[in-house]
Design a protein. Sequence first.
Length: 250
Amino acid sequence: MREIDYEASRVDGVLRVRRPGTEWLSTGWNGGRRESECVYNVSVPEGWTSDEIGEYVSDRLERAGFDADGPVLLTGVDLEHARGARCGPVTAYATAGVSNPAGLPMDPPGGELPNWDRTDGEPVGTVNLIVGTTRALGDGALANLLTVAAEAKATTLLAETGFPGTTTDAVVAGHDPDGPLEEFSGSATPVGAATRACVREALRAALASRYAETETAVPDSVSAATYGVSTDVRAEVFCPEREREGRVER
């Protein structure tokens, strides 16, 4: 019997990804693990603020005609730029905006921890990923699928934009608890490898739609971006055994 795909519908700035009997794990707003047949990616308009996210989300889903509860991601990117990819037992959907890149220099100058506090109400870019597999994932494998997707996202973004991510990226990963069991989801497994391929293709297509096919340009650097940040602070490095003895390596 043919496996049921993760099917997407886009209405009034809301992308719904649906598959009955799915368990999701979300890093987005009101995230965590839950069972639901749907997950949503909701675009927010210019000037939007986040004082009442729950009320806002409920209103947007109702206006779009979606009544099923489920995890929700939010993005300043228009949902017309959403793109999907499918490989083996995995389907992924991506939206991508990089007006707020998060740089991670390998030779930072040093400084204070960033305090990224925006009050102007302008929406920022976000890289949102929704990844679903028709397999049942073992204990820890669903959480690991988030790391596989995030790694593929960072690798793809570095190649395409020069940045590993933005300040507001989020991932939702789903699996079928009643599907064929996979104990692991690492990069060498069928699920992990398919996830990497799907994220790469969906994200590249979403970036092309957002930037190559419009007049908007990817920022040349963090400093040139509207809302970019760079982690320039240096952490203290130590050996655990010597830290216990009070001798910290500098």
